[in-house]
Design a protein around this ligand. Structure first.
Ligand code: PRP
Length: 214
């Protein structure tokens, strides 16, 4: 039997995804503990379940799935929206819920809609560009950052940010406020298009088990 390969987003979604997979018997307890441990190993093979797992940077998960390097991936809907890869988005896993927002210093509240040359720092340049085009039919200057996006307005790099907010504490601790909400996102299961056909029974069973559990 072929091994099914899973790519899991590294970070805030990892342990929730693995706990869910363990609950429905997709990963053995031993492999789950192994992946969450300290090892620097990149790929974990679960012989019992005939599955392989690897952790990847969240924004790379859709790439692995589109190219078939992973049959199945778990990543946030924010990442899937941003990357626009050709894959099946199947189950809403109902965890990792957060919002994609425009945020900035309180004084931007009345200004950012009209502000002529708006600079936007973000990890999500495509989502930010779509949002500003749709809401105000204008191009803004998007500055791509790879993390700690809240720094943008604080150090004078940008006027506002487009970023995800979960608890809101990062914004609060840094004196920033939400200016607008773009959408709500959560973790999704993504499936490679060929795997969906070639491994239909196994993939369908996974999807069904996840739908029942979530
Ligand atoms: C995300 C996001 C915010 C923060 C929001 O960053 O970009 O910075 O979490 O979470 P909160 O509303 O619960 O405070 P992440 O922790 O993924 O790290 P990064 O900034 O390095 O991308």
């Amino acid at each position: 039997m072929k091994y099914l390969t899973y790519a899991l987003a590294k970070g805030r979604l990892t342990d929730k995804a693995l706990n869910l997979f363990a609950r429905i018997g997709l990963v053995s307890e031993e492999t789950r503990a192994d992946i969450l441990g300290e090892s620097r190993k990149l790929i974990y093979t679960d012989e019992e379940k005939k599955s392989r797992f690897f952790l990847a940077k969240a924004s790379d998960v859709p790439t692995y799935v589109e190219y078939g390097a992973a049959d199945i991936g778990v990543a946030g809907a924010d990442t899937l929206l941003e990357e626009k890869r050709d894959l099946y988005q199947t189950v809403d896993l109902n965890f990792g819920r957060c919002r994609i927002v425009v945020a900035g210093p309180p004084e931007m509240e009345s200004k950012y809609i009209k502000c002529g040359a708006l600079r936007v720092a973000t990890k999500y340049p495509a989502i930010a560009a779509d949002y500003f085009y749709q809401t105000s039919k204008r191009a803004v200057e998007i500055i791509k950052l790879n993390g700690s996006v809240e720094l943008g307005p604080m150090v004078g790099l940008s006027d506002v940010i487009v970023d995800i907010v979960e608890t809101g504490s990062t914004l609060k601790e840094n004196g920033l406020v939400i200016l607008d909400e773009i959408c709500v996102v959560s973790a999704r299961l993504a499936v490679n298009r060929v795997s969906m056909k070639m491994e239909y029974k196994r993939v369908a069973d996974v999807i069904q088990a996840l739908k029942t559990e979530t």
